[in-house]
Write a protein that binds this ligand. Structure first.
Ligand SMILES: Nc1ncnc2c1ncn2[C@@H]1O[C@H](COP(=O)(O)OP(=O)(O)OP(=O)(O)O)[C@@H](O)[C@H]1O
Ligand SMILES: [Mg+2]
Length: 301
């Protein structure tokens, strides 16, 4: 049984289609990245998973429990971290953690102590005196300490400094080693690249692409740089090759799909140096979204 199963989910707000017939499966134990530009529907999906809003059509199963009709059972599977937490300002960090543990109904107290140390949180201060990053740490510690089967996170590291970002990554790896499932929506592509095996790329309420990072990279062009002792070979006729730039004895180009043919021609010409580089997730993201219309906060009427 998958950890999360989204079936033909649609959510409209007036004339705005926030989600449009979206289906997605997240397997147990996966760290799954959920990406998309502002307004593409990430938070809406997460709110629907938590049963905070009602879908216009479709359904979500959380460990087999319907997020709408079996809310309590579904909630028992989940811990949630929002991008910006509204915590109780007059409680201390420690009191907040105790209260959140009660809300979750389960807490690994020993692990929570470790997390407080790892995240370098001073638990005795009042929440209203905490900085943005420190408030975020409380939400993270509470969710992680619950050891819930499924962690659902919506831009969880907004406001964390680079050191704490590293601690966050470590704790997500610990959750993964512990067999938990992580659904991570994030604009920090480095973070997604470091943690997630599979990702979905969202656009205007639909899933544009879903797959492993490897698969997504293989859909995109590979950058090739080669230098020769004399003039580079002619690669214009080779299938999948584009953006060819020849300057002196140096050749650069991009190749889509299999690269055997190109490599054959290049190696025959005995290159002095040959470099190939897969695009980073950031390059994929930018090239995917920059070319088409950035149709956010749109109205479909
Ligand atoms: N309560 C609401 N009322 C009306 N429209 C809404 C509401 N919530 C979301 N929307 C619209 O639904 C679409 C998706 O919004 P959503 O917040 O899910 O995007 P997102 O991917 O989380 O964006 P971001 O990266 O900025 O967090 C947007 O067009 C947004 O304006
Ligand atoms: Mg959002």
């Amino acid at each position: 049984m998958p950890a999360i199963e989204i079936n033909r989910l649609t959510k409209t707000y007036g004339h705005t289609k926030a989600l449009d017939d979206l289906s997605l499966t997240v397997d147990k134990g996966e760290i799954f990245g959920y990406l998309g530009p502002n307004g593409s529907g990430k938070t809406t999906t997460i709110r629907l998973m938590l049963g905070m809003i009602k879908p216009t059509a479709g359904s979500i199963l959380i460990n087999g429990y319907d997020a709408q009709t079996q809310k309590q059972l579904a909630h028992r599977q989940i811990a949630y971290v929002p991008g910006e937490s509204n915590l109780w300002p007059f409680l201390s960090g420690e009191e907040t953690l105790h209260l959140l543990a009660k809300v979750h109904g389960q807490c690994d107290v020993k692990y929570r102590q470790k997390l407080i140390k790892d995240f370098d949180l001073l638990p005795n201060k009042k929440v209203r005196t905490y900085s943005k990053g420190n408030k975020q740490k409380i939400a993270l510690i509470a969710a992680l300490a619950s050891r819930a089967d499924i962690l659902i996170m919506d831009e969880p590291t907004a406001g964390l400094d680079p050191l704490m970002e590293q601690v966050f990554r470590q704790t997500i790896r610990e959750a993964h080693a512990n067999g938990q499932t992580v659904f991570l929506s994030s604009h920090i592509l480095d973070e997604v690249e470091a943690l997630c095996e599979r990702v979905a790329l969202l656009r205007s309420g639909r899933i544009e692409k879903v797959g492993t990072l490897e698969e997504l990279r293989s859909l995109s062009a590979l950058k090739i740089e080669a230098s020769f002792k004399t003039v580079p070979p002619d690669v214009r006729k080779i299938k999948g090759v584009s953006r060819i730039v020849v300057s002196g004895n140096h050749l650069s180009c991009e190749v889509h799909g299999p690269m055997e043919d190109l490599l054959g021609v290049l190696s025959k010409a005995k290159p002095v140096s040959l470099l190939s580089r897969a695009p980073s997730l950031e390059e994929l993201f930018v090239s995917m979204y920059e070319t088409k219309d950035r149709n956010n906060d749109r109205h479909d009427s």
